[in-house]
Structures are given as structure tokens and as C-alpha cells.
Design a protein. Structure first.
Length: 345
């Protein structure tokens, strides 16, 4: 589903208006919608909520402003289309419901308050996010400063560390799924679990079941149809960080297949002039996130303890209220760069 901030703006071009975004292919590992008495027996939507104006719509759902009856508490209501024969949409709904059933909550993940279902539709009642999404912000400006990039990504790393430690991979990390509480701050939260997956506790890799997600952000192992782990999320974070600091995507082409071919090779650099103003330690973290070998790629917990994050963690703690455990005594940067900013392997 492609929705912007407030769960209600149209999807935006990840290439910052440089070309049209290739169609997104969604896949799922859950063959059927999960059954749960707590979900199936939820009261009908109009019994608890007043439906407000349309905020936006995507491939699978419309999102409305809503208010809880009795308290007038504002919420976002994600209402899926009624398409009984659309297996792809049913799987996406199934993934969202599966995640809801886990009962996982984190301060940097958009909260799902309730699932409401009846014969006609399925709805998610969500925390309202009043700001634009990260893709909108990228569309409106060329680049981000390192400080604000850090302030945003530290929250996403923390959210992913929590998810991965609880056996969940997101599998669709991209700017459109990073939402903000308002347009005047960087209080980001992770949204949209239509492609999430509960991975094996033994740490074994999953078998790729075809392309999914958005080509610009998928990891090489997915593009190569290889087995994968939760570290696919960290590659996507590296692509976002590259895009935020460098002003463009590391892999671009006229078609989705063209993008995928470049992702498979995993070749990128910091040669463009704008990278001359980006710190070496920031480029080091990008390189560790965009490591083609998933065994060597940083985990979310490692990213949280990287010097680039730790250098600004005090400021982030004041605004994001990050736990003290995110501090690290280790402040070593071991990457080596040439004068033009290319990573030396």
C-alpha cells in the first residue's frame, strides 16, 4: 500500500522526481488470513467510531480521519477494499492482522489500536500521524543535514532492533513508510506491516518467494532470489540514509528490472561532489548497512552503537527519549576512504 503522512497522502516518487517509480510487487508468506476470536468478534466500525473525511488511498485501502465515539479521540482508519477474489490484497491484510495479533508495541512504531471486521471489509484503527511522510520531505528538498538524518534514523534503528529481537522483519522499509507526528519536528515512526514476516527463531534464512517491496530499496539477496534474514531491513535503511545525505538514490534506472540488475551487483560510490561535505563516519555507517554480504552487514543493534549515531545520541535522547542502553563505550571507525570518498575495501 502506498500512502503518505497522516496515513493519508498519495504515494510519491522515491527518485525525487527523477523518473517514475516502477510498480511495486507485494508478496506474502501467509497463505490465509489468520483467524482470531479477538479480531473476528470486534464490534462493527460505526458502533465505536465516527468516520471523517478521506485522507488518502492506495492499492488496497482508503484511509479516513476518524473519531472514537464518547471521547472524540482522533484516529486514522485504514479501510481495505472489498475484493474477495484478490489474493494479493488478502495476503496483505493477513500480514497486518498477523502482526496485530503479536501484541508488539514500541514508541517508534505506529500503533494499531484495533482491528474491526465485518462481512464487507476489514479495517485497522491506527494512531494518527499529523505530519508528512519522509518521501514527501525528500521530494521537497535536495538533501538532509546529518543531524536531522541521525535524529530520524536512530528511531528507525531502535524500532527495527525491537522488531528483530521479537522475531519480526518488516521487509518494506522505505521513505513512504516513515511517518512523522508533525511537519515541524523529526519524531519519526515506522508504519505499514503488510509485508512483515515472522522469521525462524533458529536464525535460519528464509527462502525468497519472489520479488516484493519497492525495487530501489530491496536487498541484493532478495534481488538474486537467495535466502535471506532480517538484515534485508538494514540494507533498506542504508539506501534511505544514502538518499537523505546524498540527494539521490544509489541505484536508479528507467525500469524496475533495470534497478534490480544494479541492486544485484551492489555497486555504489560517494564520488558525486555533494558527498564531499558528508562526514567519513556517516559514509562508514552507510557502507556497513549497504554491505552486499548479509553476514557482514550491520544489524539494527550494531547501527545503534555506531559512532555516527553515538556522537549525536545525547541530543537524540533529549528529543526522542532514547534509553541509556543505546550508549556504547566503543567509538572506533575502521573504514578507509580515498580522497574522493570511495570506500576502499
Amino acid at each position: 500500500m502506498k500512502l503518505g503522512g497522516c496515513f493519508g497522502r498519495e504515494s510519491h516518487d522515491p527518485s525525487c522526481h527523477r523518473e517514475s517509480t516502477p510498480p511495486r510487487s507485494r508478496r506474502s508468506d501467509i497463505a490465509q488470513e489468520p483467524e482470531s476470536p479477538s479480531i473476528l468478534n470486534s464490534p462493527k466500525l460505526d458502533e465505536k467510531y465516527t468516520l471523517g473525511h478521506l485522507l488518502g488511498e492506495g492499492n488496497f485501502a482508503q484511509v479516513f480521519m476518524g473519531y472514537q465515539k464518547g471521547t472524540s479521540e482522533p484516529v486514522a482508519i485504514k479501510k481495505f477494499y472489498h475484493r474477495p477474489n484478490d489474493g494479493e490484497m488478502k495476503r496483505a491484510i493477513g500480514q497486518e492482522l498477523e502482526f496485530f495479533k503479536l501484541g508488539l508495541e514500541h514508541e517508534f512504531i505506529v500503533k494499531t489500536y484495533e482491528v474491526v471486521r465485518d462481512d464487507a471489509t476489514s479495517c485497522l484503527v491506527l494512531e494518527i500521524m499529523a505530519g508528512q511522510d519522509l518521501q514527501v520531505r525528500l521530494d521537497l528538498r535536495d538533501r538532509f543535514h546529518e543531524g536531522e538524518t541521525r535524529e530520524i534514523l536512530v528511531r528507525i534503528f531502535a524500532a527495527l532492533s525491537f522488531l528483530h529481537s521479537n522475531g519480526v522483519m518488516h521487509r518494506d522499509i522505505k521513505p513512504e513508510n516513515i511517518l512523522f507526528s508533525s511537519d515541524t519536528d523529526n519524531r519519526a515512526k515506522l508504519a505499514d506491516f503488510g509485508l512483515c514476516h515472522i522469521f525462524p527463531k533458529d536464525g535460519s534464512r528464509l527462502k525468497t518467494d519472489g520479488m516484493y517491496g519497492t525495487p530501489y530499496y530491496v536487498a541484493p539477496e532478495i534481488a538474486r532470489d537467495e535466502r535471506y534474514t532480517a538484515k534485508v531491513d538494514m540494507w533498506s535503511c542504508g539506501v534511505m540514509m544514502y538518499q537523505m545525505l546524498g540527494g539521490k538514490l544509489p541505484f536508479n534506472a528507467m525500469t524496475g528490472n533495470g534497478v534490480i540488475r544494479k541492486v544485484r551487483k551492489g555497486n555504489y560510490n560517494f564520488n558525486d561532489p555533494q558527498w564531499g561535505t558528508v562526514s567519513l563516519v556517516a559514509k562508514d555507517l552507510i557502507s556497513k548497512l549497504m554491505e552486499v554480504d548479509p553476514e557482514k552487514r550491520y544489524s539494527a543493534e550494531q547501527a545503534l552503537h555506531h559512532p555516527w549515531i553515538q556522537d549525536g545520541v545525547e541530543a537524540a535522547q533529549k528529543k526522542a527519549k532514547l534509553p541509556e542502553s543505546m550508549r556504547s563505550p566503543h567509538r572506533v571507525v575502521d573504514a578507509n576512504f580515498s580522497d574522493n570518498g570511495t570506500l576502499l575495501v
